[in-house]
Design a binder for this molecule. Structure first.
Ligand SMILES: Nc1ncnc2c1ncn2[C@@H]1O[C@H](COP(=O)(O)OP(=O)(O)OP(=O)(O)O)[C@@H](O)[C@H]1O
Length: 312
């Protein structure tokens, strides 16, 4: 049977009296980016810290390449790289000094270190800053150095806790491109509370809310789940509601004002075009159509609701 690259089994963690995460299960069997999405305080950092061996869980097991963290933490840690929310950088070291130091912390031999640092710098696009003090780098380049320290020992699993937080828009684009490239030959677990970022980068998505998984599936399945199901239609000559509800694909029409109606529809993407055609044919004088997308908060609410309905 093929070993999972990452397997999390019934993971729970409690800080003093309060459970921060409860019964998290996850299995990753192929390379690519898995997004961990959750609002503030949902339990992302707790999950990631346990996954990297920085925090000892209260209950459950974490396996990296089949190695149980509890049984052999040293060997499991060799397979994993971690960039925490605040990158662990030494500002008064140069990029080379810092990465050599990190390779040493990863128990790489003297001979091995030089090649590994060179490779990590090239992969992260910082080779030209080898002798620059870290404090003299921009935020985006510091983040690249943070990613380089996390991959210097060539781990097959990389965990990034909100890696684009605090960067300017150009730096965000560059760091995202770097993460995409790095995920070609490893698993990257990436946390964010920005839905659009996770949608852009990730192959799979896991959503946590109040310490519990509320959604876990492919990005495609998620996008289907959150596809808009309603639209606002502004018509100068509003027809009877029954006439609107008779349009194929329209489930329900709610009249909001004399000229504004909300139409609920099933998953059909051609519905807007149908409305335009009907409006032209019947002289409804269409002014505007707006698809109504769910906000992240609404999605969390729906998913949490869905989960508690399933439990009860
Ligand atoms: N060291 C700690 N001691 C006590 N409670 C903690 C500690 N760290 C986190 N918590 C609590 O555990 C819960 C989960 O926190 P966690 O930091 O894992 O969430 P998060 O999803 O990473 O949030 P954020 O996006 O704000 O970083 C929160 O209720 C938080 O207040």
């Amino acid at each position: 049977m093929q070993k999972s690259i990452v397997k999390i089994e019934n993971l729970s963690h409690k800080y003093s009296a309060n459970w921060a995460i409860r019964d998290i299960n996850l299995e990753i069997n192929s390379y690519g980016i898995v997004g961990l999405l959750g609002s503030n305080g949902a339990g992302k950092s707790t999950t990631m810290n346990i996954l990297c061996g920085s925090l000892n869980q209260t209950e459950g097991n974490v396996y990296i390449n089949g190695i149980n963290f509890r049984d052999d933490p040293m060997r499991a840690k060799r397979e994993i790289g971690f960039l925490p929310q605040s990158p662990p950088l030494y500002m008064d070291l140069t990029v080379d000094e810092y990465l050599m130091y990190c390779a040493g912390l990863r128990h790489m031999s003297g001979n091995e270190r030089k090649g590994a640092v060179k490779e990590a710098k090239e992969r992260c696009g910082i080779a030209h800053f080898s002798n620059r003090l870290i404090k003299n780098l921009s935020g985006g380049y510091r983040q690249r150095v943070g990613i380089a320290q996390a991959i210097v020992h060539r781990p097959k699993v990389l965990v990034l806790d909100e890696p684009t937080n605090g960067l300017d828009p150009n730096q965000i684009i560059e760091v995202r491109a770097l993460i995409k490239d790095i995920a070609r030959d490893r698993v990257v677990i990436f946390s964010s509370h920005i839905l659009s970022e996770v949608q852009l980068l990730c192959r799979d998505i896991m959503m946590i809310e109040n310490g519990r998984i509320v959604f876990e599936d492919s990005m495609d399945a998620f996008n289907n789940y959150i596809a808009p199901h309603s639209m606002l239609v502004h018509l100068n000559n509003m027809p009877a509601i029954m006439e609107l509800e008779a349009i194929q694909g329209v489930m329900k029409a709610d009249l909001l004002t004399e000229k504004l109606v909300r139409l609920f529809f099933s998953g059909d993407s051609g519905i807007a075009e149908t409305i335009v055609n009907e409006s032209v044919n019947k002289g409804w004088r269409l002014q505007e159509i707006t698809l109504e997308k769910n906000s992240v908060e609404e999605i969390f609410k729906q998913l949490s609701q869905h989960q508690s309905n399933n439990i009860s």
